[in-house]
Design a protein around this ligand. Structure first.
Ligand code: KIV
Length: 266
């Protein structure tokens, strides 16, 4: 029987000082291969709005779309923990809306949700979600859903004061019940300081080497998304060229009559 990764597994990793991996997926077959590779958490990031659906920002996607992609990924995963990103406006209007929308993702197959930000309201959302049995991965530092107020893709936590502010928010989220924390685009030293002062695991998204885990967008890892590559991402493949070459060869074969062959017809 396949042993499922849970919030407890991730807690134990932190306690033992063992790193774990988080990678995004947006469809069933990709999620299946990522799971088979041993990745611990598969995240249906709202980055899918940009890398898979071609929108300019992550804010373009809503609950109905996220539900479809969450179901697809969950059906492909048997070992990893499945966490879905709650989209912009899905948890902001009221705690009741947050519970309903997050609950829908759990019903669709997610094992937890990710929500961005801190402050009184978000802390109370995290608290309620935890109370009703919905594990929450928090997200601080650069929070893409706040792009318009942050004024662009800017590194967060550059000073001791700013780092202390992130840590204070993180502690409140931890106390409210968050089981982990993504730190995005935070200097390595700041992320180290924050990680050392929390008991929940921190997940670096461009926050250096000293977090308890790393997360990347799979389209960056596979070299599929070609619009831009964040400094902190590492490209392990060149799916962009692979897809292009396969499509070119298919196109040529069809047009020259090389496809289909004798073996490919009834
Ligand atoms: O949307 C996303 O994919 C994310 C991760 C990169 C943390 O939020």
């Amino acid at each position: 029987m396949v042993k499922k990764i849970t919030v407890n597994t991730l807690k134990q990793y932190k306690e033992r000082g063992e790193k774990f991996s988080v990678l995004t997926a947006y469809d069933c077959s990709t999620a299946k291969y990522i799971d088979q590779a041993g990745v611990d958490v598969v995240l249906i990031g709202d980055s899918l709005a940009m890398v898979a659906l071609g929108y300019e920002t992550t804010n373009a996607i809503g609950v109905d779309e996220m539900k479809i992609f969450t179901g697809a990924v969950a059906r492909g995963v048997s070992h990893a923990m499945v966490v879905t990103d709650m989209p912009f406006l899905s948890y902001h209007t009221s705690i009741e809306d947050a519970v309903r929308n997050c609950g829908l993702m759990i019903r669709t197959g997610a094992n937890g949700v990710k929500i961005e930000g801190g402050g009184d309201y978000i802390v109370s959302v995290v608290e309620r979600l935890s109370q009703v049995g919905i594990p929450v991965m928090s997200h601080l530092g650069f929070t893409p859903q706040f792009l318009n107020v942050l004024g662009g893709y800017k590194i967060q936590g550059k000073t001791q004061e700013a780092t202390d502010k992130i840590l204070a928010e993180a502690k409140r989220l931890e106390e409210a019940g968050a089981f982990s924390l993504v730190l995005e685009m935070v200097p390595e030293d700041s992320a180290k300081y924050i990680s050392e002062n929390l008991s929940i695991p921190t997940i670096s998204c461009g926050a250096g080497r000293y977090c308890d885990a790393q997360v990347l967008v799979s389209d960056d890892v596979f070299g599929k998304f070609s619009e831009f590559k964040p400094k902190f991402a590492r490209k392990y493949g060149d799916m962009h060229s692979f897809i292009y070459e396969c499509a070119c060869r298919y196109n040529e074969d069809v047009k020259s009559g090389r496809f289909p062959s004798d073996e490919e017809v009834f």
